[in-house]
Design a protein around this ligand. Structure first.
Ligand code: SAM
Length: 289
């Protein structure tokens, strides 16, 4: 990885093979402002190298040599196709099946307690990335209701269209399923053969219970979503500043069923934000009675 060098008050270059692209401090500040405005993501000073490396691919693909030209191109087409590529390039999509397993144990318990009612049990994975969280919820609910049951539904959304395409394919390298318990693997994962060797496909009957859509948690207007019995909004709030976190949580509260559960990531503390949520387990929350 290259080393950042300041060579003039506003000009930053990266030592090594990426030296050819001009990336000034002004460019970096502009990228930070745009990501904050459009995705709520607060990129810290330490992200300068990451921003360079990820957007450099876009500049090369477009045959550009200077970040200022790339930013001018974004300015020239507000909401145009390059905007999505810009956002996709700068999101961080790390995820895993059954990440924070205790959430899925609580989900199973919550769904079992509601097995007798008529309405389907509905889950929203609100920063779904490549889909592992949504399919983990679906496997958990399939154990309660049966894989093909119309008595549960899972929705997965993300701001990043690239990861959503991967999520909808429902095909994963085998090693990504190491957290999935063997009985669940046997029941809900199909081993790939031929060109798909080394991969598994989520069983189509189960995958049909999961749908994905693009949604920006920081959009001003939210469509009518929910009510959901459980919302997973994990490991995305860490990228937002406190005001954005608070406003997203207030919107999520409106989408949650009165006795629903909200799951957040292990490092996402919301106690100081003054939202209505009360603790309902380890990094799980509910609305007050
Ligand atoms: C680190 S991943 C977390 C994935 C999963 N929730 C988990 O905990 O394993 C964060 C995801 O949040 C998405 N994201 C970032 N900003 C967002 C926004 N404003 N609206 C919706 N999704 C966003 C990113 O694209 C990324 O896929």
């Amino acid at each position: 990885m290259g080393v950042l060098l300041k060579v003039a008050p506003t000009l930053t270059v990266v030592e090594g093979s990426q030296r050819e692209l001009e990336f000034t401090t002004t460019d970096f500040e502009r990228v930070r402002t745009l990501m904050h405005r459009h995705a709520g993501i607060a990129l810290g000073e330490a992200k300068r190298q990451m921003v360079y490396a990820r957007l450099a691919r876009r500049l090369r693909a477009l045959g550009l040599r200077r970040f200022s030209d790339y930013l001018a191109l974004l300015d020239a087409e507000p909401g145009g196709p390059e905007w999505q590529a810009f956002v996709n390039a700068l999101t961080t999509n790390l995820t895993a099946f059954f990440r924070e397993r205790h959430h899925f144990e609580l989900l199973a318990q919550h769904a079992r307690a509601r097995r007798g009612r008529d309405a389907p049990y509905r889950v929203w994975s609100a920063a779904a990335s490549t889909g592992e969280e949504a399919y983990s919820a679906a496997m958990t609910l399939a154990e309660v209701y049966g894989a093909a049951s119309a008595r549960f539904e899972v929705a997965g959304s993300d701001i990043d269209t690239q990861v959503l395409q991967e999520a909808a394919r429902a095909i994963y390298p085998t090693d990504r399923l190491e957290n999935v318990a063997l009985p669940l693997k046997k029941a809900y994962c199909l081993r790939g053969r031929g060109r798909q060797a080394g991969c598994v496909r989520i069983q189509p009957l189960l995958a049909e219970r999961v749908r994905f859509f693009r949604f920006n948690l920081c959009s001003e207007r939210w469509p009518k979503l929910g009510p959901f019995d459980a919302i997973f909004c994990r490991n995305v709030m860490i990228y937002f500043d406190a005001d954005t976190q608070r406003s997203v949580l207030l919107r999520l509260a409106e989408c949650l069923a009165p006795d629903g559960l909200l799951f957040l990531g292990h490092s996402e503390n919301i106690q100081h934000l003054g939202t209505p949520f009360v603790a309902a387990g380890q990094t799980a929350y509910r609305l007050p009675d």
